[in-house]
Design a protein around this ligand. Structure first.
Ligand code: NDP
Ligand code: OAA
Length: 270
């Protein structure tokens, strides 16, 4: 049987483009009907594949009746579109998990999902081990620390804002030491992972985050430590940056693709 899954992707940047291309390449058993939502005036309008529908307003997306809406556009887009889709009964996959560092938005999304009997889904994104973390966090006393260490290319604008010349930075710069809520909100394009860990683990305020811009690395490096009564997890993930966006690890688009396949699969990891 040739079942077609109807999926709308918001954003056609480094993640959105790869997701669409990967899903178009899927073999016939799991073929997708795809649409991309791009805001008016978007920079990347011309490059949509011919078989992919294009919408420039959310009403068009809703009328098309997707089975799943996938956000690959940024934290603002989660705020703009997640509650509307969810209350209309459409599941919404969130890449920009840092949007959920806002308790107000998180509650609004939960209310919308309940009222629409739908679900907001959260990608693993650039990291892993969330299954272990969520289980360990059920035990009191579990502590979580996270270090994000990326090349200077991921931090050029932010370094300039601090009065530093990215091209003359030859030592690691500690940009931030604090909690996950502040990290995800201060660096919305680089620290979504902090919020993901906090959501899966011990919460926004109790997840300790350090952010380093390091001229000595050429990969996006994520070090996660979970310590508690159940044991210790220490994981170091070294991600190749996306070719289109040095802030984003290349694996993130494949985490989204994987989450979409999982959503429609009869067998699921939890
Ligand atoms: N969970 C995780 O591990 C990770 C999450 N992310 C999240 O994914 C997001 C996307 O990453 P990436 O693809 O690399 O980013 P890009 O900047 O390459 O692409 C973003 C795309 O979204 C579009 N867009 C931006 N804002 C809106 C909006 N309000 N409504 C509709 N479209 C919009 C942009 O279009 P336009 O041409 O109009 O600007 C662009 O096409 C990041 O901003 C980050 O929040 C990223 C990495 C890791
Ligand atoms: O892709 C990454 O390495 C992480 C990232 O940008 C984020 O968490 O926002």
């Amino acid at each position: 049987m040739n079942v077609k899954h109807r999926v709308a992707v918001i954003g056609f940047g480094s993640i959105g483009k790869t997701v669409v291309n990967e899903l178009l390449g899927t073999d016939s058993a799991t073929r997708f009907d795809l649409a991309v939502f791009q805001r008016e005036g978007s920079r990347s309008q011309i490059s949509l594949p011919a078989s992919v529908k294009r919408f420039i307003d959310l009403d068009g997306v809703l009328d098309w009746k997707p089975q799943l809406v996938v956000e690959a556009a940024g934290q603002v887009a989660v705020r703009q579109y997640a509650p509307i889709c969810l209350s209309a009964g459409i599941p919404f996959l969130i890449s920009s998990t840092g949007a959920l560092a806002s308790e107000e938005l998180r509650l609004r999304i939960e209310v919308a999902a309940r009222s629409g009997t739908s679900k907001a889904l959260i990608i693993s994104g650039a990291i892993g081990a969330l299954d272990y973390l969520s289980a360990a966090a059920r035990l009191p006393g579990t502590r979580v620390t996270y270090e994000s260490r990326k090349p200077i290319a991921a931090w050029r604008e932010e370094l300039r804002e601090l009065g530093l010349d990215p091209d003359a930075t030859d030592e690691p710069v500690i940009l931030f030491d604090g909690d996950a809520e502040t990290a995800a909100q201060r660096y919305p394009r680089n620290l979504n992972v902090a919020a993901t860990l906090a959501l899966a683990g011990v919460g926004m305020r109790d997840t300790a985050v350090r952010v380093v811009a390091d001229p000595g690395v050429d990969a996006n490096t994520h070090v996660i430590t979970v310590e508690g009564p159940s044991g210790t997890l220490h994981t170091r993930i070294v991600n190749a940056p996306s070719l289109d966006n040095p802030k984003t690890s290349a694996i993130v688009a494949f985490s989204v693709v994987n989450a979409i396949h999982q959503y429609f699969a009869p067998l699921q990891f939890t």
